[in-house]
Design a protein around this ligand. Structure first.
Ligand code: SAH
Ligand code: SF4
Length: 412
């Protein structure tokens, strides 16, 4: 089966910047600063006032986590209802929040137009990682991935992407308290650092292929990285792609975050089967794009994700070939070995712990770091790539049908 996968072209049917709201108000979350000011101007403020109000609102929203105009105490009392009639600072709706016994938290979220997607927070001793979604569902159909079985796909807007980070901060209680009027200088000039915070890292590894929603992901991450925004360092953000080669250079140049690549196999046959985008952009092309990735260095390595599938991609020879490829392309790389997380109807099994260990040792002995990722939040199905609401059981035939439907949609 030849599966064409568009490259530069955004394959999602209705890309949009802002999800329209029934009440007609405009959601400011995720909009660039300049656009907020120009919306204020369009609504009737003069240019100078629009700029000032834009700056104030931005600060309240991203430094304080405030979403109620009425709480913006440096904005004139009469101005606040004027803003609230026309604008809103929304969060994705929380449909369900789950807490795992190991501290992992998972949220089922809903967009204003009723699409569900998920977000996961994984605390560790020295960091806390938020796993953020870029799309509802995914147009790709990696055979081992639950998200790939979802029919419905829509790009998340910048507001819905940055909204996940805002919501996590809300839930973790990580907004600075204190006043904004300069009387309380402790928190005021609020340079955000990650010191002492729970949420220190972000991975674009939730639902969806981030490089198929490039503009929105970039705009959202710009706000996350903005010193006046959420001020998280680009070194603490990792974007994971299944291998959308034509967008990788722009990812490095325009976003500049760490790159993770879902490699998962080292031969054309096996990667074609489990990561079908490989038919469009093969392993050589992908590894060359990694070698050319702007900003990659020994200090900022590219992560190769490798899901361990029993008798599929987990032999000693596979491990040796992986090492050979990494050396051939002189890649500053580390390898993340991910035990396959089974879901009902999945066509694969996870490799045994001994097999994973042996694979890891071969890569490690070649001088490449190859940690085995510990499954987290298993009791709430929170592992990355496991993100999907209801675990319906699907037959292989049905999975094939979904893949064919998506392909047809892409060809339309
Ligand atoms: N679409 C992007 C990012 C989201 S997938 C990508 O594919 O890279 C995030 C990671 O979870 C990927 O490495 C993916 O391969 C992995 N993953 C998906 N399903 C999984 C499963 N059932 N068990 C373990 N890892 C899985
Ligand atoms: Fe999409 Fe990534 Fe899942 Fe593949 S692994 S189907 S690209 S979310």
């Amino acid at each position: 089966m030849n599966m064409p996968v568009p490259g530069h072209i955004d394959p999602v049917p209705v890309p949009r910047e802002v999800t329209p709201r029934e009440d007609g108000r405009v959601d400011l979350l995720g909009l660039p600063r300049k656009q907020i000011a120009s919306l204020f101007e369009q609504a009737g403020l003069d240019a100078k006032a629009a700029k000032l109000r834009g700056k104030q609102v931005w600060h309240w929203v991203y430094h304080r986590g405030v979403s109620d105009f009425d709480a913006m105490t440096d904005i004139a009392k009469t101005m606040r209802p004027w803003l609230a009639e026309r604008f809103v600072i929304a969060r994705p709706e929380v449909v369900e929040a789950q807490h795992s016994s190991d501290g992992t938290r998972k949220w089922l979220l809903r967009t204003a137009d009723n699409h569900d997607f998920e977000m996961v927070f994984i605390p560790d001793a020295d960091r806390g990682t938020l796993c953020v979604s870029s799309q509802v569902g995914c147009t790709l159909n990696c055979r081992f991935c639950h998200t790939g079985t979802m029919r419905l796909v829509r790009n998340l807007t910048p507001g819905e992407i940055v909204g996940q980070v805002m919501l996590a901060r809300d839930a973790l209680g990580e907004w600075p308290k204190g006043r904004m009027d300069g009387l309380d200088d402790a928190e005021d000039e609020g340079t955000y650092t990650s010191d002492g915070r729970l949420l220190t890292n972000i991975v674009m590894m939730g639902m969806g292929e981030p490089l198929y929603n490039f503009d929105n992901v970039r705009d959202a991450l710009k706000i996350v990285m903005d010193g006046d925004g959420l001020a998280l360092s680009k070194r603490r953000i990792t974007l994971s792609t299944s291998g959308v080669v034509p967008m990788m250079e722009r990812c490095g140049e325009e976003i500049g975050v760490n790159l993770a690549v879902s490699l998962h196999a080292i031969t054309k046959d096996i990667r074609d089967e489990i990561v079908p985008i490989n038919k469009k952009y093969g392993i050589e092309e992908l590894l060359q794009a990694c070698a050319d990735y702007p900003g990659a260095s020994n200090a900022r390595r590219i992560t190769f994700e490798y899901v361990m599938l029993k008798d599929k991609n987990d032999s000693d020879d596979d491990a040796r070939e992986l090492v050979r490829l990494i050396k051939q392309y002189k890649l500053p790389a580390k390898v993340n070995l991910i035990p396959f997380n089974p879901w009902p109807g999945a066509p694969y099994e996870c490799s045994s712990p001994e097999r994973i260990r042996a694979f890891s040792n071969i890569v490690f002995e070649a001088g490449i770091s190859a940690p085995v990722r510990t499954p987290r939040g298993r009791d709430i199905d929170a592992a990355c790539g496991q993100l999907k609401t209801a675990a319906e059981k699907k037959s292989r035939a049905e999975l094939d049908r979904i893949a064919a439907e998506k392909q047809a949609a892409l060809e339309e």
